[in-house]
Write a protein that binds this ligand. Structure first.
Ligand code: SF4
Ligand code: FES
Length: 268
């Protein structure tokens, strides 16, 4: 079958075609490994677990962001396949993108358990239990593997590089919904912002492509409800963003696919 890959070597871009033997049961990652082993060792892509757990192998497959190790050739139902690096990220080489901005956004929502009494970190007075019913309110959002695929599908990320994005907002909700967490007030100023939850127009593309069923679009709508409730109850308007958060905002240099010319080299 023909595999067309969007290449980038740090300076120039081109489409490259390869002809590969592939069975319907092969994954896209199997095909890429075959190309690298037998035809072109310069081809760059990420992989690790090969079982849909580590989130390394995200790329755009026939126009849709997906995990290469979870996508079988047979299910694509096409004569050829077209592979591109994830949209809305800066490309480093071939199918490898720069995830720094993505990780910074994730970190900015404090995706960890926050307790008001920091001494509990050293010595907890009791066990903090969660009932099965409470667990159901956030466990879905805990399945995120940080593959970054949702940002590649999001039309808002494409036009606003400062938008926190579905992954970070989904993780903020994961902790806010957890009854053991007390960090809502610490997170609210970064979430209640024109580049936070209110920038989401609920396109739902993030949830459509998420390989783990996380549904970040749903989490964002829950966050909007929680923020409105908090502001109404406390009669507090959104405060000016603290200087510390302004400094942590992601740099405005990243996310747009670079201009591309459709020169084809090699192969078929
Ligand atoms: S929410 Fe889904 S698509 Fe987005 S990073 Fe997490 S696992 Fe990947
Ligand atoms: S290689 Fe780990 S998710 Fe694909």
């Amino acid at each position: 079958m023909k595999v067309r890959i969007r290449r980038f070597d740090g300076q120039k871009e081109w489409w490259q075609d390869y002809e590969v033997d592939a069975k319907p049961s092969d994954t896209v990652l199997d095909v890429l490994n075959r190309i690298r082993e037998k035809q072109d060792h310069t081809l760059a892509f990420r992989q690790s677990c090969q079982m849909g757990s580590c989130g390394s192998c995200g790329m755009v497959i026939n126009g849709l962001p997906a995990l290469a190790c979870q996508t079988r050739i047979g299910e694509l139902k096409t004569e050829s396949i077209r592979l591109e690096p994830l949209y809305n990220y800066k490309v480093i080489k071939d199918l490898v993108v720069d995830l720094n901005d993505f990780v910074n956004k994730h970190r900015s929502v404090k995706p960890w358990m926050i307790r008001k009494n920091p001494e509990e970190l050293e010595e907890a007075p009791t066990e903090f239990k969660v009932t099965p019913e409470q667990n159901l309110t956030f466990v879905q959002f805990d399945y995120c593997i940080m593959c970054g695929i949702c940002l590649a599908a999001c039309p808002t990320v494409a036009i606003d590089p400062l938008f926190l994005g579905p992954q970070a907002l989904g993780q903020a909700y994961r902790y806010i919904a957890d009854p053991r967490d007390e960090g809502f007030e610490e997170r609210i100023d970064i979430l209640d912002d024109s580049h936070g939850v209110w920038r989401c127009h609920f396109a739902g593309a993030c949830s459509y492509v998420c390989p783990k069923g996380v549904d970040p679009a749903k989490a964002i709508q829950y966050l909007k409800k929680d923020i409105l409730k908090y502001r109404l109850l406390h009669k507090k308007r959104a405060s000016t963003k603290p200087a510390e958060l302004v400094q942590k905002a992601p740099p405005p240099n990243a996310p747009k696919p670079p201009p591309f010319d459709f020169k084809v080299e090699g192969g078929v």
